[in-house]
Design a protein around this ligand. Structure first.
Ligand code: ADP
Length: 317
């Protein structure tokens, strides 16, 4: 596999099947350069966690290739583990105190005692978790536990940090502090793969974003380039004067699927919502379809779609 010397993560045609039915990861290809923060953005079930688990050597891929720090994740798992940090869903050592938890990792990473102790103290201060040091991990709130997990990873020197939804449960201030800390470390050369369902986070933190859906990346780019590509979309919402029958809804759905400028839509008996291109041409088409199906419209409104609409409804369709 060819690998640019600058790439810290290289994934090519990666596939993971848990049960031989559907592929959780389905031919994924992407790479992340040294010092880059790459965000995998996608809804629940898109395949983000599976990707992270393969790259952190926890599970083997079904097929395809994955390299971290220039090494194959299957053949060089032990070496890779020494060079990476991981914040994942769940916690391996839930019964330890926070302080005890740091100590376990100090031993795992073979950090000299005094150095580890100094690092722990400064990380506890930075991440504002000093008051939690005697609490057991399972007693912490979701956000507190994530803070401890992120702080703990910075005890050891690493080349690549994998963060699987690291800010879940954190309040907005702590979330911003943690993201800023990660950003500073990336400026010093740390490579980061970050997964989130929160668009604003990816927008704020990531140099590049891959929108993941059904095990593949459906769109990739900087946040600005992705926004520009989908900038001419409009959102149209309509309420109907009376209930539309299930038969008519089915007929309408067939017709909508033929109009390529309808990027996404939802329709129920009482209302509908569209994200469309070329509003001047597309909206009259939709209205005439409603007219010919006998659907009368009570209210109609058009807006610019939010970024969430664009990324999660259109790009990750
Ligand atoms: P995400 O992190 O984006 O929410 P996941 O990687 O967790 O997505 O899941 C991708 C798909 O794989 C989902 O359909 C999920 O149900 C399935 N999946 C995840 N883990 C397992 C597992 N251990 N066994 C079977 N199916 C799984």
């Amino acid at each position: 596999m060819t690998n640019s010397s600058e790439s810290k993560i290289v994934v090519k045609n990666l596939v993971k099947s848990y049960n031989n039915k559907t592929n959780a990861v389905n031919g994924l290809t992407f790479s992340v350069s040294k010092g880059e923060i790459y965000g995998l953005l996608g809804r629940n079930g898109a395949g983000k966690t599976t990707t992270i688990r393969i790259l952190t050597t926890l599970i083997p891929p079904t097929s395809g290739e994955a390299e971290v720090c220039g090494m194959n994740v299957v053949h060089k798992a032990t070496k890779i583990r020494k060079l990476i940090g991981v914040v994942q869903q769940g916690e391996a050592f839930d019964f330890t105190t926070v302080e005890g938890n740091f100590k376990i990792y100090q031993l795992l990473w073979e950090i000299p005692k005094e150095e580890a102790s100094n690092r722990m103290e400064s990380l506890m201060e930075l991440f504002k978790i000093e008051h939690l040091r005697k609490k057991r991990m399972f007693e912490l709130s979701g956000g507190e536990k994530k803070r401890v997990q992120v702080a703990r990873e910075f005890m050891h020197d690493m080349e690549v940090l994998f963060l699987d939804e690291p800010t879940v449960g954190m309040d907005p201030i702590m979330r911003r502090d943690v993201l800023n800390f990660v950003k500073d470390k990336a400026k010093e050369g740390l490579t980061v793969l970050f997964t989130t369902q929160i668009l604003e986070e990816a927008d704020y933190l990531c140099d590049r974003i891959g929108i993941m859906n059904n095990g593949v990346i459906s769109a990739e780019g900087t946040s600005t380039s992705l926004k520009n590509s989908y900038g001419d979309l409009r959102k149209v919402e309509m309420k109907f004067s009376s209930e539309v029958s299930p038969d008519s809804i089915e007929k309408l759905k067939k017709e909508f699927s033929k109009i390529s400028d309808i990027q996404a839509y939802l329709i129920s008996e009482k209302e509908s919502e569209f994200i469309i291109k070329n509003i001047g041409k597309t909206l009259p088409l939709i209205l005439s379809l409603f007219g010919s199906t006998g659907v009368s419209i009570e209210t109609i409104s058009t807006n610019n779609p939010t970024l969430d609409d664009v990324f999660l409804q259109v790009v990750a369709r």
